[in-house]
Write a protein that binds this ligand. Structure first.
Ligand SMILES: Nc1ncnc2c1ncn2[C@@H]1O[C@H](COP(=O)(O)OP(=O)(O)O)[C@@H](O)[C@H]1O
Ligand SMILES: [Mg+2]
Length: 239
C-alpha cells in the first residue's frame, strides 16, 4: 500500500475564546496520497484555515494523530517538527507574497537566500527549472510589477516547489485572479502531481477550481465530508 504523504486521524482542534470553546476541527480524518490533488471547500468559518494549519504542521491538534512522511508528529521535538515541516510542505497564498524588488528567479530562490544551502549557481539553475515547470522560464528576469496576476501566482507556485516538497498547499490561490486566469492557474497546480509528483491540496471558494481536483472535501463546522469514493484507508488497504 502507498504510504500517505500526510494522514490525519480523528484530529480535533479547539479554540478557547473567553468563556466558550470553538471546535474548529471535529475528529477530522484524511489521507493525502503522493501525487494526488485535493480541493477543500467550505464557508467562511467552517475550519479551512485550521485544517491547512494542521496539514502544514503549524498547529498540533488537541486530540487525534497526525502522521507525516511516516512519522507521528506527536512524538517529535520542536526542532524535528520544524525540520519535517520544511521538508514536507510548500505553500502558496492568495496574495502571492512576492518580493517586488526581486526578479522572478530571485523570488523563486528565496528559500536559498534564507539558507536552504548549496551554491548560488545550483540554486539559480533550480529556480529556472521550476519556472520552466510552470511554463514561465522566459520571465526569470522580470520583476513582479512587470507581470500579470496569473504570472505572479505561477512564480509563487514555482517558489513553493523550489525545495521539491512532497506536499504543496495552496490557500485560495486563485482568489485574486479573474475567472479565466483562475482556471489556468488551477490547471497548472493540478498538473503538478503528474509532472513533479507533489501532492496538491487547494483551498478554494471557486466551485470550478474545486471540480478540477481528483477529489473534493467540504467542511461544515469542522466536520469533513468526502465527495468521492476515496475515504481514509479505503484505497489500497487489504487488496
Ligand atoms: N485564533 C482563533 N481563536 C478563536 N477562534 C478561532 C481562531 N481561529 C479560528 N477560530 C474559529 O474557528 C472556526 C474555524 O475558523 P477557520 O479555520 O479560520 O475557518 P475558515 O478558514 O474556513 O474561515 C471559526 O469559528 C473561527 O471563528
Ligand atoms: Mg480561512
Amino acid at each position: 500500500m502507498t504510504e500517505p504523504v500526510i494522514s490525519l486521524h480523528e484530529v480535533s482542534v479547539r479554540y478557547a475564546t473567553g468563556r466558550e470553546t470553538v471546535t474548529a476541527l471535529d475528529k477530522a480524518s484524511m489521507d493525502v496520497l503522493p501525487a494526488s490533488s485535493t480541493a477543500i471547500v467550505g464557508r467562511s468559518g467552517s475550519g479551512k484555515s485550521t485544517l491547512i494549519s494542521v496539514l502544514s504542521l503549524l498547529r498540533s491538534p488537541a486530540s487525534g494523530s497526525v502522521r507525516a512522511l511516516g512519522r507521528e508528529i506527536g512524538h517529535l521535538s520542536d526542532s524535528d517538527l520544524s525540520r519535517l515541516r520544511s521538508t514536507l510542505v510548500g505553500t502558496v497564498f492568495q496574495s502571492f507574497h512576492l518580493d517586488p524588488t526581486f526578479s522572478a528567479a530571485d523570488n523563486v530562490m528565496l528559500p536559498w537566500y534564507f539558507g536552504s544551502g548549496g551554491s548560488r549557481r545550483v540554486a539559480r539553475a533550480r529556480a529556472l527549472e521550476v519556472l520552466e515547470v510552470l511554463g514561465i522560464a522566459d520571465l526569470a528576469r522580470r520583476l513582479p510589477g512587470e507581470m500579470s496576476g496569473g504570472q505572479r501566482q505561477r512564480v509563487a507556485i514555482a517558489r513553493a516547489l523550489f525545495t521539491a516538497p512532497p506536499l504543496l498547499i495552496a490557500d485560495e490561490p486563485t482568489g485574486n485572479l479573474d475567472e479565466d486566469t483562475a482556471l489556468q492557474v488551477s490547471d497548472a497546480l493540478y498538473a503538478l502531481p503528474g509532472t513533479v509528483g507533489s501532492a496538491v491540496v487547494v483551498v478554494t471558494h471557486d466551485t470550478q477550481v474545486a471540480k478540477r481536483a481528483e477529489r473534493c472535501i467540504s467542511i461544515t463546522r469542522g466536520t469533513l465530508n468526502y465527495h468521492d469514493a476515496v475515504k481514509p484507508g479505503a484505497r489500497g488497504e487489504g487488496v
